[in-house]
Design a protein around this ligand. Structure first.
Ligand code: PGA
Length: 250
């Protein structure tokens, strides 16, 4: 079993050019202490800058979304072909903010995932239940649906390029992280479900996301089956992101 440890920062719609330059100059001093993979997902307009600054430190870059088409008349969209072409490594697909605010359906997310993989990008595919769904005992059902629909027709050869992020919607940006036991159980459920679906899920990295911070990351990452994290707020400050990467390197 060999699962890659990943600390992925999802910057969402934040960071200026100045803040990004400062972030990387602070990171440069500590990068040698990282043994995990460090991935950063900036706004699309900053992909090139983050790629240049990140490359020197071995940090990988990728956007927070992509189109379900490679080219054509799709104003405002981001082509997976162009994402690969500019040197990005991965793309985040199915983040709850895309599902909820932009009404992205499981079917569209499936198209995006297959096309991104076809362009030799890695995909961080996000799943997670709302508070209402958790309280209604629907967590497993929701995860099953998101995984079944979103990963439909996944080519066997592309399984190695897939990363799952389990992000309970109620924990995102709320300061209320899942307990380590809740996260561990959800990760185990996801892995077992994918094994049943015929995937080589023992080798698949599953990241936890939702209010991960330097003061809760150690306990979360100590759980069986949690292979890293997808972090929003706490990834914006270099000092916090450094601590997160160091915790993930143990
Ligand atoms: P958060 O965001 O760490 O700010 O909760 C996580 C995410 O949305 O990926």
């Amino acid at each position: 079993m060999s699962r890659t440890k990943i600390m992925a920062g999802n910057w969402k719609m934040n960071q200026t050019v100045n803040e990004i330059t400062t972030f990387f100059s602070q990171l440069e001093k500590e990068k040698s202490s990282f043994k995990c993979e460090a991935w950063i997902s900036p706004q699309a307009i900053h992909l090139q800058l983050v790629k240049e600054l990140g490359n020197k430190l071995g940090i990988k870059v990728g956007p927070q979304n992509c189109c379900n088409k490679n080219s054509g008349a799709f104003t405002g969209e981001l082509s997976p072909l162009s994402i690969k072409d500019m040197g990005a490594t991965f793309v985040i697909i199915g983040h709850s903010e895309r599902r909820t605010i932009y009404k992205e359906s499981d079917a569209v997310l499936n198209e995006k995932t297959l096309l991104a993989l076809d362009n030799n990008l890695k995909v961080v595919f996000c799943v997670g239940e709302t508070l209402e769904e958790r309280e209604g005992n629907l967590t497993e059902k929701v995860l099953e649906t998101q995984l079944t629909q979103g990963l439909k027709n996944l080519p066997k050869a592309k399984e190695k390029d897939l990363v799952i992020a389990y992000e309970p919607v109620w924990a995102i940006g709320t300061g209320k992280n899942a307990t380590p036991a809740q996260a561990r159980d959800a990760h185990a459920f996801i892995r077992n479900f994918l094994v049943k679906q015929g995937l080589d899920a023992q080798n698949l990295s599953i990241l936890y996301g939702g209010s991960v911070k330097p003061d809760n990351v150690v306990e979360l990452l100590a759980q069986d089956g949690i292979d890293g994290a997808l972090v929003g707020g706490a990834s914006l400050k270099a000092s916090d992101y450094i601590k997160l990467c160091q915790a993930c390197s143990k």
